[in-house]
Design a binder for this molecule. Sequence first.
Ligand code: GLA
Length: 376
Amino acid sequence: MAGVLAGALALAGCSQQPSATPEKGKSQLMPQPFGKLPDGTAIDLYTLSNGKGMEARIMTYGATLVSLTAPDKTGKYADVVQGMDSVDGYVKGVPYFGATIGRYGNRIGHAQFTLEGQTYHTPKNDGDNTLHGGVQGFDKRVWTARDTGNGVEFTYVSKDGEEGFPGTLTSKVVYSVTPENELRIEYTATTDKPTVLNLTNHSYFNLAGQGEGDILGHEVTILADRFTPVDAGLIPTGELKPVAGTPFDFTKSTAIGARIEQKDQQLIFGKGYDHNWVLNGTGMKKAAEVYEPKTGRVMEVMTDQPGLQFYTGNFLDGKTVGKGGAVYKQHDAFCMEPQKFPNSVNVPEWKEKSNAILRPGETYKQTTIYKFGVVK
Ligand code: GLA
């Protein structure tokens, strides 16, 4: 472990520690074994540190964020994401804890889409729909890791036809942590045939610390005047509905639990919040802020994506025993997944605002930042 941390500290750009600088061409990041897949494939865990106390650990299975520490108002660090103690737990089945989601985040309605006149069928792994890229999405693939000098880059090459999607898609995800207590996640992807994609990260946050109970007291702001209502299968209806006057209005900081039990059809469909917000503005922008009153922890989300899926752990059922024996119950965590709007591939009206098509010669790019601070 000490070796891992030393490597990670060097990685964080601690130039005041020249002795920690490795020889030229030698990796600064020392992966740690994190268990094996049933077929014997070894899974590695990479630790990034910003040299100030914040630490992120990411494994090659699913390019998954396994842990992330952030300080509270007294300076005490805690792990603020749910996860498992080794890769076995993930293989046995978790609801995408910390994973990189692809090829297509969230749902594709009726598990099909048409691209350039051809209809493609993807697996029905969520009722009649495809969820998070199908049965063997990117969260269940082994990614290749590379030290970039100031972060770790994970690469996965998805074959033409994999899970029904056209084109060989090469995706790269770079994780880094900065002295400003940011976790940065930067994605790029290229294809050899026209295809569709929607990459995101599915971390389950609890700013009181993972395993520290529910998130209903967390106060949330989402910088979005509209959201995309869904049908009973959680497929957007196509409407961009104003949040004003609904329990989906988080334009002013509001506790997650304040309205979650309201007899609102959308909350009933989602069993809580499980919806996409239409972020105000374009380009890189602040999407959301979450404040946890007991610890004073604050998380800001910045992204260049048009949508933010805010999910309140509605399907967590107390059956998953995670890190350190923590039992994860309904609403014990929340997700903020920046992405294109769900089912964009089937909604032509969204093409301009939420284009999920990638063609040869183009490069898909996405940046999302989770920034941690405190309010004292
Ligand atoms: C997303 C979906 C939810 C659920 C979770 C994983 O956030 O929108 O409906 O499937 O992933 O359990």
